[in-house]
Design a protein around this ligand. Structure first.
Ligand code: 13P
Ligand code: SF4
Length: 312
């Protein structure tokens, strides 16, 4: 986060540029507070995909990671989609390469391929349906029971979906390098200090962490869970940016960032590559812009549209 005075100047410039460019600012829940505060919409991957599809603005300034901005371009190709830092990738998306998936798919021609939205456009283009953490259970339940399912790229989300649906999924061995840092030991110790706190964990966490959780859900559902719960204290086991939105939208309750073995919170270095400065610069320069091969975009749109039709 930038210093308060600088933040005021940058925020004011951002508002001017937003008008000038006829832009909408979409931000993921893991972005820094100053970016969340300047955004028109803050949400999870699924909410952001709907907002990107439905916007009538000319420019989408996407404050999130590359696969999310790519999804925005896939669903709304006539818009200029900007990502403040093109380096804002995702270790989970990087774990699944399109050529390797093509090979796996060819070895399992009868299977349905379900991909978590945290993957590249080239990977999406080779799948049957996309899901997010917000609708993965619903998406898997929509597939006929007699069908074998290949699930890419997050094995932790895949295992959680298996536990919720009773379906057997064949898992790609990918994982999020941020969420796997949360450990059973660290979360258990924190819970001892806060026995009344509810533990809320993202499904990208490992099973030993998820088993401690009172609720496992997407970042968007975390807001609703904490708002409607009778509890007043929560341990939030996901990227620490989430706490900004929780403090803002669920006032009067206490939120404690989930710790790792070495740190009392956990940040995604890719998400944090976007800053208020480079977001303003992106809108000023209309760059860096997301561009896609049109054949891949059209192929990737099909499984995304199937998911969007299913909803949350
Ligand atoms: P959500 O869709 O739940 O916000 O998750 C996105 C993500 O990248 C989690 O690491
Ligand atoms: Fe990717 Fe993990 Fe960062 Fe989410 S938290 S964007 S899955 S690296």
């Amino acid at each position: 986060m930038v210093a308060p005075l600088e933040q005021q100047t940058l925020t004011a410039r951002m508002r001017e540029l937003k008008q000038l460019r006829n832009a909408v600012i979409l931000a993921h829940n893991y972005q820094t507070g100053d970016l969340q505060d300047v955004a028109d919409f803050v949400g999870d991957s699924l909410g952001l995909a709907y907002k990107a599809r439905d916007t009538e603005a000319d420019v989408i300034l996407f404050c999130g990671v590359h696969f999310m901005a790519e999804t925005a371009k896939i669903v709304n190709p006539t818009k200029t989609v900007l990502l403040p830092s093109l380096e804002a990738g995702c270790s989970l998306a990087d774990s699944c390469d399109a050529a390797a998936l093509a090979k796996w798919r060819a070895e399992n021609p009868d299977a349905v391929v379900v991909a978590y939205i945290n993957c590249t456009a080239a990977v999406k283009a080779q799948t049957d349906i996309i899901c997010t953490s917000g609708n993965a259970v619903k998406v898997v339940n929509s597939i006929p029971k007699d069908k074998r399912i290949l699930f890419v790229p997050d094995q932790n989300l895949g295992q959680w979906v298996m536990s919720q649906t009773g379906r057997e999924l064949i898992l790609w061995p990918g994982a999020c390098h941020v969420h796997v840092l949360f450990t059973h030991k660290a979360i258990f110790q924190l819970k001892q200090q806060h026995p009344n706190a509810k533990i809320v964990a993202h499904p990208e966490c490992v099973p030993a962490v998820r088993m401690l959780a009172d609720e496992v859900c997407s970042t968007e559902k975390m807001v609703n869970y904490c708002r409607t719960s009778s509890a007043t204290e929560f341990i939030i086991v996901t990227e620490a940016g989430m706490l900004h939105r929780l403090h803002k939208e669920v006032p009067g309750k206490r939120f404690i960032a989930g710790p790792t073995d070495t740190c009392n919170c956990n940040e995604c270095p890719f998400m944090k590559m976007n800053t208020l400065e480079n977001a303003v610069a992106a809108l000023e320069n209309l760059s860096p812009e997301i561009t896609l091969d049109e054949t891949i975009r059209r192929q990737a749109l099909i499984p995304i549209e199937r998911m969007l039709a299913i909803g949350r």
